[in-house]
Design a binder for this molecule. Structure first.
Ligand SMILES: Cc1ncc(COP(=O)(O)O)c(C=O)c1O
Length: 540
């Protein structure tokens, strides 16, 4: 990794290092733009924001990051995809306390290279196929940069009108790309808001739905409230319910299996609701998922939505990963039925190149959300808000402070255009399909779920029907693959089976990075198989 070079000319207080960065006496650039010595005192006066210093050091940082992305591709041997360090590795490498005097950016970046990088799992590596990707892009990066630069805190409209208004507009744009029903647009009763994460999104809608039902049937019924989801639903749902005061015993995680490709069976939901109603419980919320975390399973929104409507239950659609693919007309069918949902969420940081974090949430009735989350301290009052003429996003989320996240989403949509975004997603799905083909052709392996998007779930097949041994072999295979550092895949469990997951979504991934199975020799133990897989990967 290389550092960018500055000009390296010094001043009295500057002990420059040839890279234009002070050593020891601060972070100035040697042109009098950095820290200055306070008259008569032995301290360096800090200048936290200086435009010329920002210009110089910003360039250095951009060079550093650009070099990182270049080297991830050109020198993959220097970047084990899964970090190989041991717990606590960093403690011995860093001092026990913060420095009293400023250090130089050069020293700091040197530490990043030598001490931080070994502890980085390279999510942006082209050979990253674990969990779901966290996709970056130049546009998303620049949006984050602009956000950091402006550093506004748009909790109310007044605190930065553009931050609120751009968010409304951009989420209307994205809603249209997803062909969401009109009631999710800001022009109706609903609207969009960018939450930090999917976990925050499900929490705020559980709270909104809870308060809506409590308002209808009375505050004392909280212990009778029940919620539904499949057993494949992301763990954030359970957490959201517990935070919302729903009793653990009232969280129904309905069983799924391979017969529905791990999608929720509508009959299971209706049966559970009937059963609960008969016992005096009050069903009020269902979380349906399009693209589950384990295997990208899809809950059927059309029948689930009908059931939700019939019983007056709030239906939330968690499409954190797969929702992104639904900007392509050929994948839009997976969210057919969203018309009957009360809320819909996707993570644009997963697969829409919007850099961590950016989790758009749309609600059908924004007043339900606001009723649950609105606070009105005097110190936040201002004239326009009294007329209820504007959106105050503090009332759509848990925290008060909020980032100007719509900037990067706006930049991604504008600088790439939706056609490019669709094609990029299609490319990822094609790469996953190719990988799936290799796996299918090899008798040692089986694909265990129907693939809809860019995730392939597969495993080594059992020998002599011994499932325990099979699980163990797959565990060993996973460990062997990831310990090489050349590629990172993850795992899950489905119906008691240990399953390997290969998820395409990193922005640098090309065909050569996923071509693992060509000409793989037969009848080899797991580690030998891995060696051959990796030989193939490197050769190709
Ligand atoms: C289906 C699904 N829902 C929710 C989440 C949680 O999203 P976040 O990490 O943004 O909270 C994930 C994360 O992978 C997910 O896959």
């Amino acid at each position: 990794m290389e550092f960018g070079n500055g000009n390296g000319t010094g001043t009295d207080n500057c002990n420059c290092n040839g890279n234009g960065i002070r050593n020891g006496n601060g972070i100035g650039n040697g042109n009098g733009n950095g820290n200055e010595k306070v008259k008569g005192a032995n301290v360096i006066k800090m200048k936290p924001m200086d435009s010329e210093l920002l210009r110089e050091q910003g360039h250095i940082m951009v060079d550093f990051i650009a070099d990182y992305y270049r080297d991830l591709q050109d020198s993959p041997q220097d970047f084990p995809v899964l970090s190989q360090v041991q717990p606590g590795y960093l403690r011995d490498m860093l001092p026990n306390s913060a420095p009293d005097q400023p250090e130089s950016l050069n020293e700091l970046l040197d530490d990043v290279t030598k001490k931080i990088m070994p502890g980085i799992t390279h999510w942006q590596s082209p050979s990253y196929f674990a969990y779901y990707a966290s996709s970056t892009s130049v546009a998303g990066f620049l949006g984050e940069m602009l956000n950091a630069g402006l550093s506004v805190v748009g909790f109310t409209w007044q605190t930065s009108p553009a931050a609120t208004e751009l968010e409304i507009i951009v989420l209307d744009w994205l809603a249209k790309l997803l062909q969401l029903p009109d009631h999710f647009l800001s022009t109706g009763h609903g609207g969009g808001v960018i939450q930090g994460t999917g976990c925050e999104a499900v929490l705020v809608v559980v709270l909104a739905a809870r308060d809506r039902i409590l308002k209808q049937v009375g505050k004392t019924v909280l212990p009778q409230l029940v919620v539904y989801a499949s057993d494949q639903t992301h763990s954030s749902f359970r957490k959201a319910c517990l935070i919302g005061g729903i009793h653990e015993d009232n969280i129904r995680l309905l069983r799924t299996d391979s017969s529905t490709n791990y999608g929720l069976l509508p009959e299971s939901l209706e049966e559970a609701i009937s059963h609960d109603l008969a016992k005096g419980f009050i069903p009020f919320f269902i979380c349906a998922t399009v693209g589950t975390t384990s295997s990208a399973a899809v809950d059927p929104l059309v029948p689930l939505g009908k059931i939700a409507k019939k019983y007056g239950i709030w239906m939330h659609v968690d499409a954190a990963y797969a929702g992104n693919a639904c900007i392509c007309p050929e994948y839009r069918k997976f969210i057919d039925g969203v018309e009957n949902a009360d809320s819909f969420n996707m993570n644009a940081h997963k697969w829409l190149f919007a850099n961590q974090t950016c989790s758009p949430l749309w609600v059908k009735d924004r007043y339900a959300l606001i009723a649950a989350l609105k606070t009105n301290p005097e110190y936040l009052e201002y004239k326009v808000s009294e007329k209820d003429a504007v959106v105050n996003y503090k009332d759509w989320q848990i925290s008060l402070s909020r980032r100007f996240r719509s900037l990067k989403l706006w930049m991604v949509l504008r600088l790439y255009g939706s056609e490019n975004l669709r094609n990029f997603i299609r490319e990822h799905v094609n790469l996953a399909k190719q990988f799936e083909d290799y796996v299918t052709q090899d008798p040692h392996f089986e694909v265990v779920t129907t693939r809809y998007f860019s995730l392939v779930c597969f495993r080594l097949v059992p020998v002599d029907g011994d499932e325990d041994k099979c699980n163990q072999r797959n565990r060993e295979l996973l460990a062997a693959i990831n310990s090489t550092g050349k590629i990172f895949i993850s795992h899950t469990a489905l119906s008691g089976q240990f399953i390997l997951r290969f998820a395409v979504g990193a922005p640098l991934t090309e065909e050569k990075h996923g071509r693992l199975y060509k000409n793989m020799p037969l009848n080899l133990p797991a580690t030998a198989i891995v060696k051959n897989i990796l030989k193939e990967t490197v050769e190709n």
